[in-house]
Design a protein around this ligand. Structure first.
Ligand SMILES: NC(=O)c1ccc[n+]([C@@H]2O[C@H](COP(=O)([O-])OP(=O)(O)OC[C@H]3O[C@@H](n4cnc5c(N)ncnc54)[C@H](O)[C@@H]3O)[C@@H](O)[C@H]2O)c1
Length: 352
């Protein structure tokens, strides 16, 4: 008789780090390949399920599934976003877990820590956008927001634009700016980090790459701070005044259709009738597949907005799982030893 044992691999964040999965180059490669698979309709990508638990604070727990047909993997990210966590509990805003299942038998293959993959995916998408849209000689990067997304973004930007030499950071408090610098400067020793004492203007004026990654809902970034030739990566919700997008020569999204259903600055502009499909230059996958051009001149201002594509998260989680497996890390856990009625002691276990 065949075995009816079902097991899956459990991977903690420490397992993933040990296996070398904190690799933004890998994340960008995976994201680009998966965007091409999506274009070729080799990805199933249903709508995410959103549960808002506090409409004011926007505490939420969402479920984001996707299937990679070529890899024969169906996965889901179960992700919590609790914006008050850093202030209230000195804990991160976002936490996530992934489940990956095979689509031949349908059984789970892996359950894994997902905050790392999720944050890497956000940064990878920004990094890919910068690869196609930022000036090749970009030297100065400015941040408004110094949290987890901002840190990860900085690492991805340096991968695609090694010419970066100066990073200016503005946050709500000087302590957060210092924390950002304290954590990143050992990782990026050739970058000159500058805390701007919460004065956002100082972080942004003159920057070649501008990033907003805040939990604010306010027009923090002003159009006049963005110089010709600059590339802007918008990560949070409402973070910039409408004139920023209005003055840009190109607007690129990870997925414009999804943006229209969300609450980012571009989504607000769309709902207010100030932006339409014809104003959008491309979705990112169209740059990856060369269907549309990226940057075409040195003085274009370019705006990038990503709202998150769960199929990229699932693809990245799969790449991490494979790398962890080849490194031999993780724990194999049993889900069942056999099918329910095959248990020899079923008579003593059942409650009738
Ligand atoms: N686009 C995506 O795919 C994606 C994915 C995950 C998270 N996000 C969003 O990215 C944003 C940042 O997430 P995080 O995990 O880094 O959050 P975080 O809580 O770690 O950091 C938030 C940062 O915003 C700064 N901030 C808040 N108000 C500010 C203000 N008025 N002026 C200057 N700085 C201000 C804080 O000082 C802090 O540094 C959130 O809005 C989150 O929802 C987007």
């Amino acid at each position: 008789m065949s075995s009816h044992r079902v097991s899956f691999t459990y991977l903690s964040q420490e397992d993933l780090l040990e296996a070398g999965c904190f690799d933004l180059r890998m994340a960008m490669d995976v994201a680009e390949k998966t965007m091409l698979a999506y274009e070729e309709q080799r990805v199933l990508f249903p709508e995410k399920i959103v549960q808002i638990l506090d409409p004011v604070a926007q505490d939420r727990i969402n479920c984001l599934p996707a299937t990679l047909l070529d890899e024969k993997i169906c996965g889901a990210k179960w992700v919590s976003v609790f914006p008050r966590n850093p202030k209230r509990y000195d804990m991160q805003n976002l936490s996530a877990i992934f489940i990956l299942s095979g689509i031949e038998k349908g059984f789970p293959l892996a359950v894994m820590e997902g905050t790392l993959a999720s944050n890497m995916r956000v940064a990878a998408m920004g990094g890919i956008a910068a690869k196609y849209l930022a000036r090749k000689d970009s030297r100065i990067i400015g941040f408004i927001g110094a949290g987890e997304q901002a840190k990860m973004h900085m690492l991805a930007m340096k991968v695609v634009r090694p010419s970066l030499k100066e990073c200016r950071v503005a946050a709500k408090t000087i302590e957060e700016e210092n924390q950002f610098i304290h954590e990143l400067s050992p990782l990026l020793p050739d970058i000159n980090f500058i805390s701007v004492n919460t004065v956002a203007r100082q972080a942004m004026v003159g920057a070649d790459i501008l990033v907003t990654a805040t939990s604010a809902q306010a027009p923090l970034l002003k159009a006049e701070w963005m110089k010709p030739g600059a590339f802007y990566s918008h990560i949070g919700g409402w973070e910039d005044e409408y004139q920023v997008a209005q003055q840009c020569d190109k607007i690129v999204c990870d997925d414009w259709n999804t943006v229209t259903h969300r609450t980012q600055t571009l989504s607000r502009m769309y709902k207010d009738g100030l932006l339409s499909h014809s104003d959008i230059h491309a979705d990112l996958h169209e740059l990856v597949s060369s269907d549309k051009p990226g940057r075409e001149s040195d003085d274009e201002r370019i705006y990038f907005n990503a709202v998150g594509l769960a199929y990229v998260d699932v693809a990245l989680a799969l790449a991490m799982f494979k790398r962890a497996q080849s490194s031999g890390v993780g724990q194999l856990l049993s889900l069942q030893e056999t099918m329910v009625f095959e248990h020899k002691d079923i008579l003593s276990r059942i409650r009738l």
